[in-house]
Write a protein that binds this ligand. Structure first.
Ligand code: C2O
Ligand code: CU
Length: 533
């Protein structure tokens, strides 16, 4: 296999057959390393920078993942000197769904495995590919070194079947993060895990800490992710809802269109029907149980690892005190339920009552049984899944103010970039700035700049937009009108909404930015934020 002429290879650089493998044209090729080398070492000098030579790369001088700027940024990160080593084996396996076995792909034979370390520690992860397809691991939400970001053809080669890759990087910020592959529709298999970064000076007081990974499930039950993707490519929007509407000349607004308390993300929230929704890999018939003591404070770390489903989360009979959003602390707010788009995380504290209570994540805008777990302090009757209380308070981003420690300074942006979100061909293509990834126009920026990103959603479907390697502030949310407030790395951009976020360009490299609906991303809704010299 050669990676030097991906434009000539109809299957793309990794040689995977079947639909869904993005193909890079020469112009889009930023860095493509020698994937045939098999095991690739950590650090410099093992990858080959292409894109020069015969290909007509012109314009700005891009800082690629193998450039010295990336290594220098890593050296500048605060490190504790401690190292956590893990091994992840990606391989086919069976997931036990209440006695029914679903064939899927898993890390170490499990779904939602948790990795825990402390901010400033180094994570060394040897990932071995026991699949028949190339894979990678992306560490969602971390401001890590660019060459460890796990995006084929943008930051590093993919890991070929039968080989391993050693990821190694300093984990800079405390919080709730997660990991998953960044190849094809693999996000919709069981290849997902939680990455919990503890704060050595944790300011919150709580007695126990539990991670709940929410996930929409079809693999090995009704379909496979690749079949689902192929179906969407062929037929477009399966549910034929509002999302496909042509909005003509209407202009997106700060509020968006068609959202209400009953439909917080609009009417049409997804294209894929899932037979099951899981908490920590467990279906409602065999629920995950959180054991508590009455009166204790529990920190729940919620992760939406779904591919095409947003969830409204609640715990029967309990207020949720929101303390962090996408890993970053916020001033606590008490609410009854909250919505998580795909890729989003929230941390909440609950004061545990005495009894057994339903922990419920309702798929927003979809039918079917919710994801369900149980919080209990005594063995009693197992509760039934329950809806959050009518008239209960649903979290809005506007309710959240970043904690002082992570508030961004007020600063005039040095650069403004637009990310225009559109749909074509009845949902067979999802585009950014009129292009369908891997075709894209990189969005150039320079190190040291305050960068303003404006997401402009010209569709009637929400898009959870995610920026790699950075955490942005939502402009006008939780602060004064023109300054960045709530810190996030994934934000739900509502139907026909215009959402502005600011971030500091302090992590050189090439960073994917995309819709975290796994199928929208694969059907083109991705682009690259590109540091130039
Ligand atoms: Cu969960 Cu590209 O990310
Ligand atoms: Cu989307």
């Amino acid at each position: 296999m050669t990676s030097s002429e991906p434009g000539d290879d109809p299957q793309g650089p990794s040689g995977r057959s079947g639909p869904g493998r993005p193909r890079l044209s020469r112009r889009q090729l930023l860095v493509l390393a020698g994937a045939s080398a098999g095991v690739v070492g950590v650090g410099a000098g093992t990858a080959t920078v292409l894109g020069t030579g015969s290909s007509p790369v012109s314009g700005p001088d891009r800082i690629t993942s193998t450039d010295p700027e990336v290594r220098a940024a890593e050296r500048a990160r605060q490190a504790t000197g401690r190292t956590t080593r893990i091994a992840l084996m990606a391989a086919p396996g069976a997931l036990d769904l209440a006695g029914r076995s679903a064939q899927t792909w898993l890390f170490n034979g499990r779904l939602g495995q948790e990795v825990r370390l402390t901010a400033g520690d180094e994570l060394r992860a040897r990932v071995t590919n026991g699949l028949a397809s190339p894979t990678t691991v992306h560490w969602h939400g971390l401001a890590l070194r660019n060459d460890m970001d796990g995006v084929p053809a943008v930051t590093a080669p993919s890991i070929e079947p039968g080989t391993s890759f050693d990821y190694g990087f300093i984990v800079p910020d405390p919080g709730t993060y997660w990991f998953h592959p960044h190849v094809g529709a693999q996000l919709d298999t069981g290849l997902i895990g939680a990455l919990i970064v503890e704060d050595p000076n944790e300011p919150l007081r709580y007695d126990d800490d539990v991670t709940l990974v929410l996930d929409d499930w079809l693999d090995g039950v009704t379909s496979t992710p690749d079949m689902t993707l192929a179906g969407l490519r062929a037929d477009g929007m399966a549910m034929g809802g509002m999302g496909g509407m042509d909005m003509g000349s209407m202009e997106p607004t700060a509020k968006g269109i068609g959202v209400s308390r009953r439909q917080p993300l609009g009417e049409d929230t997804g294209d894929v029907t899932y037979p099951l929704h899981l908490v920590n890999g467990r279906p409602p018939a065999d629920p995950f149980i959180v054991e508590g003591r009455p009166g204790q404070w529990l920190r729940l770390r919620l992760i939406n690892a779904g591919s095409d489903t947003a969830y409204e989360f609640s715990v029967g009979g309990h207020k949720l005190r929101v303390v962090a959003s996408d890993g970053f602390p916020v001033e606590p707010v008490a609410i009854d339920s909250l919505v998580l788009g795909m890729g989003e995380r929230f941390d909440v504290l609950v004061e545990v009552g005495d009894g057994a209570f339903p922990v419920v994540a309702i798929p927003v805008g979809k039918l079917g049984p919710p994801a369900f777990a149980v919080l209990r302090t005594s063995s009693g009757e197992a509760p039934r899944p329950a809806r959050p209380p009518r008239g209960g308070r649903l979290l809005n981003y506007r309710d959240l103010v970043p904690d002082e420690s992570v508030r961004m300074s007020a600063r005039r942006p040095d650069r403004a970039l637009t990310i225009d979100l559109t749909m074509e061909d009845g949902g067979r293509a999802w585009l950014i700035n009129g292009k369908r990834f891997p075709d894209h126009e990189p969005l150039d920026l320079r190190r040291g700049e305050r960068v303003r990103l404006e997401f402009v959603n010209r569709t009637m479907m929400f898009h959870p937009m995610h920026v790699h390697g950075h955490t942005f502030g939502l402009v006008g949310y939780g602060t004064t009108a023109d300054d960045p407030g709530l810190r996030k790395d994934t934000v739900n951009v509502l139907p026909m909404q215009r959402m502005t976020v600011d971030f500091d360009a302090d992590n050189p490299g090439q960073w994917l930015t995309h819709c975290h609906n796994a199928y929208h991303g694969e059907m083109g809704m991705m682009t690259v934020l590109s540091y130039v010299r």
